[in-house]
Design a protein around this ligand. Structure first.
Ligand SMILES: [Zn+2]
Length: 181
C-alpha cells in the first residue's frame, strides 16, 4: 500500500490552501452530476448511506445515514487521476482562489482529485480520533468503519501528518487531539 500523503502546495504562504477532501464550494451539494465519475471504476462503490451537512469540525461534513457496523466498507471517494505536477498546479490554483480542493495522493506519483465527484465521502473531515480509516486500494480511495457507527454520526478519517504540514489548527475536538494538521 502506497504511503498516503495528500498533496501540499510547495511553499508556505500566509493563506495555505487546504488540500484534502473538503468543500470547495459549500453549495456544491451532492446532487448527481453525470459524467464526473472516472471510467473503469465500479458503478456504485457506496455501501452505506452517507449524507452531507454542516460539520461541527469544519465546513461541510459527511454523516452516517444509517448504522454502520465496525470493519465494513462504507464507500469510496472517486475522482480524476492526476499526476503530481498537475495535482500541485491545482492545489496552487485553489490556494490562489482561496478555495479548497478534494484531493488525496494515492502514491508518490499520482493523486485523485474528487473536486468534480459527487461521492459524499469527499466531505469527510479529519479527526485525531476518527471513526473511519482511509485505504488506498489499487489506486482507489476507500473508507472503512473503525468501530460501530450510529446513524447521524459525523464520519471522520485521519489524513496523515503531512497533509497540512502542521500549519493549521485542528478543530476536531476529540480527546487527545494533537491540535495541528
Ligand atoms: Zn484533532
Amino acid at each position: 500500500m502506497p504511503t498516503l500523503r495528500p498533496v501540499t502546495p510547495p511553499a508556505p504562504s500566509t493563506s495555505p490552501a487546504e488540500v484534502r477532501p473538503a468543500p470547495v464550494h459549500p453549495a456544491s451539494g451532492d446532487a448527481p452530476q453525470p459524467g464526473t465519475v472516472s471510467r473503469g471504476q465500479p458503478a456504485d462503490p457506496q455501501k452505506f448511506k452517507v449524507m452531507v451537512g454542516p460539520s461541527a469540525i469544519d465546513g461541510q461534513g459527511a454523516f452516517a445515514g444509517e448504522p454502520i457496523p465496525a470493519r465494513r466498507k462504507i464507500g469510496e471517494m472517486r475522482g480524476e487521476f492526476v499526476d503530481m505536477a498537475e495535482a500541485r498546479a491545482r492545489a496552487r490554483a485553489a490556494e490562489k482562489a482561496s478555495g479548497r480542493i478534494f484531493m488525496v495522493a494515492i502514491s508518490d506519483k499520482r493523486a485523485v482529485d474528487a473536486t468534480a465527484s459527487t461521492d459524499p465521502l469527499r466531505f469527510a473531515n479529519h479527526s485525531c480520533q476518527p471513526n473511519m480509516v482511509l485505504k488506498v486500494q489499487q489506486g482507489r480511495v476507500a473508507f472503512y468503519a473503525l468501530r460501530d457507527i450510529d446513524a447521524g454520526e459525523e464520519l471522520t478519517a485521519r489524513y496523515g501528518e503531512t497533509h497540512h504540514a502542521g500549519r493549521l489548527t485542528c478543530r476536531c475536538g476529540a480527546p487527545g487531539c494533537q491540535g495541528r494538521l
